[in-house]
Design a protein around this ligand. Structure first.
Ligand code: CDP
Length: 224
């Protein structure tokens, strides 16, 4: 059977707060696959770095030196993949904090970090049908999958979505301040030398300003 006869990997990329995770969760639920957030892997690493007092901006060598001591993998719990770092469950809520997002984006520009996570991301395909969301799934992690999507929206729309998610913005944050933060993170993600944020040449681009997450998920499922 040709490998494309049954989807194994669905790649959903896009900028910060574009709704990737909500959409990817819906797609995974509809198609009976596993939802994997690769951003959560970068966030898990950033969480560990900050806990250990390693500043990824000031000390990239310290980050690279720490990687061999870390074991990160996805474990199924109640049928859902959960991230485990050195035997400890990564707290999905805590890693959503804005300072972790910023540190994740800094660490994500470092070649050693990307090489280390690439293997762990590819390894998730052993679970079965996986719906991965991130920045470089279609371009680097699984460039051979025919199911590639890039979802985006204007910064203000994305800032509104992010503000609606409790615990993901600083107290007193406004649409303007959150939009400025995500534009800065997108700039860093899109201009880095390796695996920059960009759609794969054969990705289906979906502008989501006027679409609900259900509508976007329905479009993706219909194409798959
Ligand atoms: O949820 P949100 O879109 O705000 O961010 P995320 O998907 O959790 O990703 C956090 C950060 O990890 C991003 O800003 C990127 O710098 C980095 N990342 C990456 O470089 N490559 C990926 N495949 C996924 C995330």
């Amino acid at each position: 059977m040709p490998s494309s006869a049954f989807p194994r990997v669905i790649a959903i990329d896009g900028p910060a707060a574009s709704g990737k995770s909500t959409v990817a969760r819906l797609v995974a639920a509809r198609l009976g696959g596993y939802y994997i957030s690769t951003g959560e892997m970068y966030r898990a690493l950033a969480w560990e770095l900050l806990r250990r007092g390693v500043d990824p901006a000031a000390d990239p060598a310290g980050v690279a030196a720490l990687l061999p001591q870390l074991k990160l993998h996805c474990e199924l719990r109640d049928g859902r993949p959960e991230l485990v770092l050195n035997g400890e469950r990564v707290p999905a809520e805590a890693v959503r904090a804005p300072e972790i997002a910023a540190a994740a984006s800094v660490a994500a520009a470092q070649p050693a970090v990307r090489a280390w996570l690439l293997e762990r991301q590819r390894d998730t395909a052993r679970l079965g049908l996986v719906v991965l969301e991130g920045r470089d799934i279609g371009t680097v992690v699984f460039p051979d999958t025919p199911h590639k999507f890039f979802i985006t929206a204007r910064p203000e729309t994305r800032a509104q979505r992010r503000l609606a998610q409790a615990g993901e913005t600083a107290p007193g944050a406004t649409v303007a301040s959150v939009a400025a933060e995500i534009v800065e993170r997108d700039r860093r993600d899109a201009t880095r030398a390796i695996a920059p944020l960009r759609p794969a040449a054969d990705a289906v681009i979906i502008e989501t300003d006027t679409l609900t997450a259900e509508e976007v998920a329905a479009q993706i499922c219909a194409q798959v």
